[in-house]
Design a protein around this ligand. Structure first.
Ligand SMILES: Nc1ncnc2c1ncn2[C@@H]1O[C@H](COP(=O)(O)OP(=O)(O)OP(=O)(O)O)[C@@H](O)[C@H]1O
Ligand SMILES: [Mg+2]
Length: 310
C-alpha cells in the first residue's frame, strides 16, 4: 500500500517581537499604518501540509510520497527531505517562482501578523495523479485551488480512495465544491472549526455527511477527536503531552497517523489513537518537522498512553 500526499510545501519564517503590537499599532493611526518591528528571534522551518504529513508518515515507517510544486529556492528543503529519506519523485520545480512561504510575526500576547506568499503552490495542477505509479491511497491537503479540484477528480477517476483534508484551504470553496469533494472522497478530515464551516457551507450536518463517506474525522486540539463512521461516533482521547511548545502542525501529524492506520488495515479505534499520539508528540516541539522517534519508541509510548499495544 502506498500513499500519495498531495498538498503544499512551504517555508515558515517565524519571528518573535518582544513587545505588544498594541503599543505600536494605534487605532487612531491605522489609516497611515507604517510600522517596523525589531525581531531578535527568528527561525525558518520546513513546512507545508504535504511536506509535514510526509515527514510524519516517514517517522512511523509508513509508505508514501508527497506531490507538490516548489520554487527555485527549494534546495535546502530538498536536502532535508533527502536526509530523511522522503521521496521527491513527484515534486515539480516551477521556474521563476518561490516556494510558498509564510512570514509570521508574533508578539508577547501571542497575536500574529502573517503574510503568506503562495508562489509555486498556485501551479499545483501541473502535477497529475495519473503520472504516478503504484498509489493505492490518497490524501488531498491544502494546495492551489485548481490543483485540489483536479487531483480529487484524478483520484476518483483512477479509483484511488482518498482523504479530503481541506484545512486552511477551506475558504476557497463554496458549498457546491465541497459537496463534490465529499462525493469523490472516501474520508473527510477536519478540525472543529473546519467541520463547522463544512456544515454551514453545505447545509448538511456532520452526521448526514458521514452517511455519504466511509468516515469523517474531526479533531479538537487537546480535547481529542471523533470519528464518525457506520452511523456511530467513535471518541478518541488525546494523549498526554509532556509540554505544549507549539500547536502548529498537530493536524498534519494526526493525518499521517490516519494514513498509517488505513495502510495497515487497522480499526478506527487504533488508527485514531495512533493519530492522536502523533499530534501529542508534535505539540512538544517547536516547528512542524523537528520531532523524531523510532517505531519502537512510538509503540512503547502508545502502550503507556492507551494501555494496549498495536
Ligand atoms: N494540547 C494537546 N494535547 C494533546 N494532543 C493534542 C493537543 N493539541 C492537539 N493534539 C492532538 O493533535 C490533533 C490535531 O490537533 P488540532 O485539532 O489542533 O488540529 P488543527 O487545528 O488542524 O491544527 P493545525 O492545523 O495547526 O495543524 C488533536 O486531535 C489531538 O489528538
Ligand atoms: Mg489543520
Amino acid at each position: 500500500m502506498s500513499s500519495l500526499i498531495c498538498g503544499s510545501f512551504a517555508y515558515d519564517t517565524i519571528m518573535v517581537f518582544h513587545d505588544h503590537f498594541k503599543n505600536h499599532i494605534l487605532p487612531e493611526q491605522v489609516h497611515i499604518l507604517n510600522v517596523s518591528f525589531l525581531v531578535p528571534d527568528m527561525r525558518r522551518e520546513f513546512g507545508g501540509c504535504a511536506g509535514n504529513i510526509a515527514y510524519n508518515l516517514k517517522l512511523l515507517g509508513g509508505e508514501g510520497a508527497p506531490m507538490g510544486t516548489v520554487g527555485t529556492d527549494f534546495t535546502p528543503y530538498a536536502d532535508w527531505m533527502d536526509r530523511q529519506g522522503i521521496s521527491r519523485e513527484y515534486l515539480r520545480i516551477i521556474d521563476g517562482e518561490y516556494t510558498a512561504q509564510a512570514y509570521i510575526t508574533t508578539d508577547q500576547d501571542d497575536n500574529q501578523i502573517t503574510a503568506f506568499h503562495p508562489g509555486a503552490m498556485n501551479h499545483s495542477h501541473l502535477n497529475k495523479v495519473s503520472d504516478t505509479a503504484g498509489v493505492t491511497l490518497g490524501l488531498l491537503s491544502p494546495d492551489g485551488r485548481q490543483g485540489m479540484i483536479e487531483h480529487a477528480e484524478q483520484f476518483a477517476e483512477a479509483g484511488i480512495p482518498f482523504i479530503f483534508d481541506p484545512g486552511q484551504g477551506m475558504p476557497m470553496f463554496d458549498g457546491e465544491d465541497l459537496l463534490r469533494f465529499a462525493e469523490q472522497a472516501s474520508w473527510l478530515a477536519f478540525n472543529d472549526y473546519e467541520a463547522k464551516l463544512m456544515q454551514e457551507r453545505t447545509g448538511k450536518t456532520i452526521e448526514a455527511l458521514a452517511g455519504q463517506v466511509q468516515a469523517i474525522i474531526v479533531t479538537r486540539g487537546g480535547e481529542g477527536s471523533s470519528i464518525f463512521t457506520d452511523g456511530r461516533e467513535i471518541v478518541i482521547p488525546s494523549a498526554k503531552a509532556a509540554s505544549l511548545e507549539d500547536p502548529t502542525g498537530c493536524g498534519d501529524a494526526y493525518r499521517a497517523g490516519l494514513l498509517y492506520g488505513l495502510q495497515n488495515g487497522m480499526d478506527w479505534e487504533t488508527t485514531g489513537r495512533i493519530a492522536s499520539l502523533m499530534g501529542a508528540i508534535k505539540i512538544e516541539h517547536a516547528g512542524t518537522q523537528n520531532h523524531r522517534f523510532t517505531l519502537d519508541e512510538f509503540k512503547a509510548r502508545f502502550n503507556e498512553s492507551f494501555g494496549y499495544s498495536f
